[in-house]
Design a protein around this ligand. Structure first.
Ligand code: NDP
Length: 338
């Protein structure tokens, strides 16, 4: 095997507030030679995700913090280019969580073979990957069913857009919010019933207009003012999926919670938190249902692709600036699968 140099992105300092490029470093890592029982993988696509911001803090939450001076972990799709492991061959397409790097050598347990016929392969990071799984698990968590009026924030993003499409397939009335005119047009084209730009006017005012008779379910991706508005507009026995709170991820001081939490008591609301990694045992069911919708064309995959490992940080920061429609993915130079 010739020497392989992998370019990788490391976290080198912990951000205060919004991260900057100075918190990261692009390094070159010379790989050790491949040994028996190992595979060499070249990444094709890497995922950048909002949850990574939480892991940049020193404090442990549900996952340990990223370590300084180590390559960023995260989901990726790659191709086996050499194998000395039984059951793996060159050309196999695999997913991993080894993160922001061009190449890696690993034992087979750290990778999962996927069907290379499904295109684009980046769909394994979005609609058929962790964010699609999050959307599906979130809907199941509060039993979203036909007739529900559901409001989804962050609706043009990776989780929100799949949640909206799946809710439509279940026979729901779907309301979505997002942060630009272009995203509003995209949501209309995706089949959302009513949509609004949360930057245009107070969320409560716009949500009341979109749902004059209230909502049954709120799928929360952003927290803050939007959660407060949803608490006011939810009907008695309404349900909330507490999936994310991106409006607060870069806050230097935690913002006070919603002023109207007492709605949970008066309306007998249910609010359930979700961490997608708790549901990996449901992957088979997810792949059957959501994979089936995708392959039959009932579910559309939407993504924003940034090319080059040297642009991974820019892609990540773009999440906090609303730069993505659908899943934000980084395509590595030289990828020719699509
Ligand atoms: P998205 O694809 O939705 O990307 C982030 C989007 O958030 C941006 O495009 C932007 O869209 C929006 N945004 C950024 N800042 C703000 C803000 N201050 N207020 C409102 N919206 C904002 O990301 P994902 O789909 O991957 O994730 C969505 C949410 O789900 C996140 O909170 C994430 O942490 C959470 N999540 C939770 C998981 C779990 O297991 N609980 C797993 C995966 C994701 P816009 O232009 O509309 O503002």
């Amino acid at each position: 095997m010739t020497t392989i140099i992998s370019r990788e992105i490391q976290l080198v300092s912990r951000p205060n507030g919004l991260p900057t490029a100075a918190n990261f470093s692009l390094i070159e890592n010379e790989l050790e030679p491949l040994t028996d029982g190992q595979v060499l993988v070249r990444n094709l696509y890497m995922s950048v995700d909002p949850y990574m911001r939480g892991r940049m803090n020193e404090t442990k939450s549900y996952v340990p913090p990223f370590q300084l001076g180590k390559t960023m972990e995260g989901s990726a799709v790659g191709e086996v280019i050499e194998s000395r492991a039984e059951g793996f061959k060159s050309g196999d397409i695999v997913t991993s969580t080894l993160g922001w790097r061009e190449y890696f050598i690993t034992e087979p347990q750290a990778v999962h073979v996927v069907n290379r016929e499904i295109q684009p392969l980046s769909v394994y990071l979005g609609t058929l990957g962790p964010t699609g799984l999050t959307a599906w698990v979130g809907l199941n968590l509060v039993d979203v069913h036909a007739g529900d009026v559901i409001f989804i924030s962050g609706a043009a993003g990776a989780v929100g857009n799949v949640a909206g499409q799946l809710a439509k397939l279940r026979g729901c009335e779907v309301i979505g919010s997002a942060g630009s005119a272009e995203k509003i047009e995209f949501l209309q084209a995706s089949g959302f019933d009513r949509v609004f730009n949360y930057k245009d006017a107070p969320v409560l005012e716009q949500l009341n207009r979109a749902a004059p008779d209230g909502i049954d379910v709120y799928f929360d991706n952003v927290g803050g003012e939007t959660l407060e508005a949803a608490l006011s507009v939810l009907r008695v026995h309404g349900r909330i999926v507490a999936c994310g709170g991106i409006s607060g991820y870069n806050a230097e001081q935690p913002a006070p919670g919603p002023s109207n939490l007492f709605n949970i008591t008066t309306k007998r609301l249910t609010m359930k938190g979700l961490i997608v990694s708790d549901s990996l045992h449901l992957l088979g069911d997810f792949e059957r249902e959501v994979g089936g919708y995708f392959q039959s064309g009932k579910l559309k995959n939407q993504e924003t692709v940034v090319t080059g490992i040297d642009r991974a940080v820019e892609a990540f920061l773009g999440l906090f600036d609303g730069k993505n429609i659908g899943k934000m993915v980084v395509k590595l130079d030289g990828t020719v699968d699509d």
